[in-house]
Design a protein around this ligand. Structure first.
Ligand SMILES: [Fe+2]
Length: 158
């Protein structure tokens, strides 16, 4: 591999790439669960949720690319297989039997909160390395996951 010197020591680049790989795997997992729920949602809220889930999975589908490409810019391979994602992600797969509509909303709210926590956990190592581009990616991910979690939680209230 060609040598890389962007002002971040190799050890820190490796730790950041590892954290971003987990974020990538979990984003992909929540993307797939959300697309699954878009297909399988039923009930009175069908239209609202079918459309809302589409907006959410489209956002996450677009988000995996900048996360993966940041890992590449740090000098590491981006994971991109179900086997690797399963190893890296702490999020559960979508249930085999589609849950009821509001259970879907609750599961997704928890998923977005988990993604916000993952992004936040990685932040200190990124901050310590003066890795502003990774910090930018993480800040954007925290913002969107926290906002989406709020909107999903709002749907669960009477
Ligand atoms: Fe569709």
């Amino acid at each position: 591999m060609a040598s890389i010197n962007i002002g971040i020591p190799a050890e820190q680049r490796a730790a950041i790439a590892q954290g971003l790989s987990r974020l990538l795997a979990e984003t992909y997992t929540l993307y797939l669960t959300t697309h699954n729920f878009h297909w399988n949602v039923t009930g009175k809220m069908f239209n609202t949720l079918h459309t809302m889930f589409m907006d959410q999975y489209t956002e996450m589908w677009n988000a995996v690319d900048p996360i993966a490409e940041r890992i590449r810019a740090l000098g590491f391979h981006a994971p991109g297989s179900y086997a690797e994602f399963a190893k890296l992600s702490t999020l559960p797969d979508a249930p085999a039997k589609p849950p009821k509509a509001m259970e879907m909303v609750e599961l997704l709210a928890k998923g977005h909160e988990a993604l916000a926590r993952t992004a936040r956990e990685i932040f200190p190592v990124v901050d310590a390395a003066d890795d502003q581009p990774s910090a930018d990616v993480l800040t954007q991910r925290m913002d969107i996951h926290e906002k989406t979690a709020w909107m999903l939680r709002a749907l669960l209230e009477d």
